[in-house]
Structure formats: C-alpha cells, structure tokens
Design a protein around this ligand. Structure first.
Ligand SMILES: NC(=O)c1ccc[n+]([C@@H]2O[C@H](COP(=O)([O-])OP(=O)(O)OC[C@H]3O[C@@H](n4cnc5c(N)ncnc54)[C@H](O)[C@@H]3O)[C@@H](O)[C@H]2O)c1
Length: 323
C-alpha cells in the first residue's frame, strides 16, 4: 500500500508521490462501468473498495466481477482484493485514487465530490468517469480543484483499452501524469486530453460519424444494414491499426486535400440531432431494447450482437495480454 498517497494534510501532489504497485483505490458506483473499473484495478494488484448504494447491485457484484475474471482466464485471487460497501467512507478510506462512476447527473456528482473532499486526504486524486459532464463543473465547489480529473473509460472498461484522461483548467500536471501512470500500469492505453470540452475526443469523432450515417440513411442513400456493412467491411476493418490521420499521411495529404475539396461541403451540417432520430425516440423505437431502432431486432438477434461484441473484445484483450 502506498504511504505517500494516503497521508492527510495540505501537501500538494507531486510526481514523486510514491510507488503505484499496490494502492487503495475507491470506486463510487458499482454499476456497469464501476464493476469493470474495480476489476481491472484489482487485477493490477490494487486493493479496491466499491461504494454501491443498491443492495441488489452490491449482492450481484461478486458474480459480475467473477465473470470478467473467467472471461479473461485471469488469476481469481484478484477478486479477493475487491471489497463492497454500503457506505462511501469505508470504500474511499486511505484511497490514493477515487474513480466516480455514479449516475450521469451533475448535482449528484457534485454532491459526491463534496463528500469525497471531506473523506479523503488532500492528495487523493478524484476522477470522474462521466461521459459528458465536464469535471470543471463537477469539481466547481471544491477547495482544492487541482486533484480533480476526468477519466473517460469506454464500455466495457476491462476490455476496451482506451481511457481519455481529461485535464480541466485547474487539474495539475502531476495529477494527470500520475493518473496516466496508474492506468498504463494497469494495462490500459491512457491518452491526455488537454481541454475539458464536450465529448472529449472519442465521442466527438464517434458522433461526427453517426451524424453523417443517420443523414445518409434518412436521405435514402442506403439502408441502415448497408451503412453498417460499409463501415465494418470497409474503413472500419483497418481502423484498429490505422487511425484517420495516419491514414491521411499514408495516402498523402495532397490526395486528402483533393477529396476534402469535393466532399466536405457536401457532408451533413445539421446544427442539432437529426429529425429522424428525434422521431424514432418519440415513437419508442429505441433500438435493441424495444425491438426496433434503425433496424428491427428480435431478442435473439440482439443477444447475438452482444455476444459477438463480447467475444471479439475478450479475444483482443487476451491477445494483448500475451504480447
Ligand atoms: N455505460 C457506458 O457505456 C459508459 C461509458 C463511459 C462512461 N460512462 C459514465 O459512467 C458513469 C456510470 O455509468 P454506468 O453506465 O456504469 O451507470 P450504471 O447506472 O450502471 O451505474 C451507476 C451506479 O451508481 C449507483 N449510484 C446511484 N446513486 C449513487 C450515489 N448517490 N452514490 C454512488 N453511487 C450511486 C447506482 O446504484 C449504479 O450502480 C456515468 O457517469 C456514465 O456517463 C458510461
């Protein structure tokens, strides 16, 4: 257990805060994201305390984390390092880091961070896994805002390598560096996002693609299934090894410019969500969970998609561990 990161007092964080080999880590919220984050940090050798207010979710947490361990063929002793609590204080006691993965509601996250400020040491790093709410707002009322940072994991957090580490205007460089170090040592691929902007980097890119995808289908250029095939069997097939800017450098920026001259002005530029998306939501066509979204889904088809994704990501995660 780290000593440097668990002292109480007013010492500001420095990069020489001690080793990251076995720390106490607090997780707030043991839901979809929280249980995966808890698992990956326990698997990295840390002692993890999870605060989960729902009795039902507390009861199911051991079996949920065990299924991750089974999926990855991991050493099951990692599970012994996870403790579940019905109160916040014991979960975050002596924590070097706290990862908040509670509901996506600003007032609730602000309340949680207020409590964390009084329950943790001055040098405990307080990270939020919010998908969209800036940590600038979440940490606005804290006395020491240099220790608040965004850590945007992707679902499922134990299988998708990327974590965006979002630095807001108050976050110290040392906090960013230490958070990156912790997550890199836990086997993730942390990246430094230097401004606390909506959607950070990943979701901006993902939603820029979705905007065009919805517009193409709405305009009758192709159907939803064809659109997905174009992505999965086309440029998506190489994206895990070739990012869009690498690809531009590969084909040449002269060609990229020529294509941009013809294409960019023709792309969808709607200022808000597409009307077709609004209409579908208003009609209750929410996707797999209601049986219809852009396409129709039977429960069996929806399960097959989930299983295909889970197997694909798990296989990649197992392969990464071997290399
Ligand atoms: N689901 C995703 O794909 C995804 C991806 C990236 C980030 N996120 C973000 O992660 C966070 C958690 O999302 P999730 O999908 O795990 O949601 P979730 O609903 O599965 O989990 C939230 C958990 O917080 C618990 N909770 C409720 N009130 C609480 C309180 N006062 N204090 C502590 N915990 C409380 C709930 O019981 C629940 O277990 C959100 O901020 C979300 O935006 C989600």
């Amino acid at each position: 257990m780290s000593t440097g990161a668990t002292r109480r007092g007013e010492t500001a964080l420095t990069e020489a805060e001690g080793q990251l080999d076995s720390l106490k880590i607090g997780i707030v919220g043991g839901g979809l994201m929280g249980h995966g984050i808890a698992y990956l940090l326990a698997a990295a050798g840390h002692q993890v305390g999870v605060f989960e207010p729902s009795a039902e979710l507390r009861a199911s947490l051991p079996s949920r984390v065990k299924s991750i361990s089974d999926l990855l063929n991991d050493d099951p002793t990692a599970l012994e390092r996870i403790a579940v609590h019905d109160q916040l204080a014991p979960a975050v006691k002596d924590a070097a880091f706290v990862f908040e993965a509670g509901p996506e509601k600003l007032p609730l996250k602000q309340k949680i961070f207020g409590e964390l400020e009084s329950l943790t040491a001055r040098n405990t790093i307080l990270a939020s896994n919010s998908s969209a709410i800036p940590t600038t707002e979440i940490g606005r009322n804290l006395k020491h805002r240099d220790r608040v940072v965004g850590t945007h994991f992707w679902n499922p957090p134990h299988l998708v390598p990327l974590v965006e580490i979002i630095q807001n205007e108050k976050t110290s460089e040392a906090v960013v560096a230490r958070t990156i170090e912790l997550l890199r040592e836990a086997g993730k691929t942390p990246v430094h996002v230097r401004r606390d902007i909506p959607g950070f980097v990943g979701n901006r890119l993902q939603h820029a693609l979705k905007r065009e995808a919805i517009a193409l289908v709405a305009a009758g250029v192709c159907d939803a299934e064809t659109l997905d095939t174009v992505v999965k069997q086309g440029f998506g097939a190489r994206m895990a090894v070739l990012g869009p800017l690498e690809q531009s450098d590969l084909v040449g920026l002269d060609l990229t410019l020529d294509i941009s001259e013809v294409l960019v002005a023709d792309l969808d530029r709607s200022a808000g969500p597409h009307p077709v998306l609004r209409e579908k939501v208003a009609a209750g066509k929410l996707g797999m969970k209601t049986g219809e979204g852009f396409r129709k889904w039977t429960p069996e088809q929806a399960d097959a998609v989930r299983e295909r994704l889970r197997r694909f990501l798990a296989e990649q995660a197992r392969r990464r561990k071997k290399t």
